[in-house]
Design a protein around this ligand. Sequence first.
Ligand SMILES: *Cc1c(COP(=O)(O)O)cnc(C)c1O
Length: 370
Amino acid sequence: MISFLDLKAINAQYRDELITAATRVIDSGWYINGRELEAFEKEFASYCGTKHAIGVANGLDALILTLRAWAEMGKLKKGDEVIVPANTYIASILAISANNLVPILVEPDLNSYNVDPSHIESAITDKTKAILPVHLYGQLADMPAIMDIAQRHNLLVLEDAAQAHGAILEGKKAGNWGDAAGFSFYPGKNLGALGDAGAITTNDDELASIIRALRNYGSHEKYKNIMQGVNSRLDEIQAAMLSVKLSHLDTEITHRRKIADLYLDGIKNPAIILPTKTQDSAHVWHVFVIRCEQREALQKHLADHGIQTLIHYPIPPHQQQAYKEWNELSYPITEKIHEEVLSLPIGPTIKADDAQKTIQLCNSFEENKP
Ligand SMILES: *Cc1c(COP(=O)(O)O)cnc(C)c1O
């Protein structure tokens, strides 16, 4: 069986380094807000090219706390609208709702699966205060167009970069395009911890300082609480794991691109629609997503021959029970995507031979004719 993402094998590659780092933390006697976090924040900010990186407990918190900080700064208030792609993972939308802001869903582009800037422009109202673009599947959204819209309409931009660590467009990395960005280091992400973790990147000193307080009970100084904060910290062990993983990220991205190119060159079945990339550097292939009208049959064909695939994602946010009020709305492009997408294995331990086997099976798949 070729598994979709073998986390055990991925982390086994760095076993000795991870154990050395974990031992260092255990022996230090210091487990929260210490040297490891400080070091990882510096390394990750430098990797993204931003002035600040602020570690938090997970990717959802990274998004929630950034919007919350803007509310503390008087830049957002209850009822303000935030534009977000309708086909994103639900976390992007939950972060907006959690702050009593109003998510305004807009359709993606069917080729890139990223938000369509022309739909952003037509969704803007007097209440629109921010755009939350998502670099979905690992490819940077059309940030030059989005930043241009934001500038013309005076909107904040929060990138959801949870799937795009290291993606580069026009020389600028994911996390360094908007006013701030949220990253996830969930174990299955391209930069994955050995547990939950996340971070915010920004070039804004005031925003960074407020988020640093918010994540730690609203406090810069122990027992002095300037805001009603939360406990959302990235602990020392995970920070140490992430420093090890970050040092290998670019090698892993190169590997993902090699596997993606094998798929892009090798899959030639007219029943399968391949993903597109705007440029090599802009896509880090968090997932390799194909489309097929008979997705379930293709998934079964691959599974029957030992290839595990996943669906990102089976149910769009507007059809979730959590957002009952949207269940009657229609987003045809988003719905089509959710009905047809299938993700092929592309992790750092997928070998060229595994990819070739997957390619052959994709090419031997025959649609059932009605
Ligand atoms: C994973 C993910 C998140 C949330 O990250 P967690 O660390 O699981 O909270 C947010 N947005 C997107 C697009 C994601 O893929």
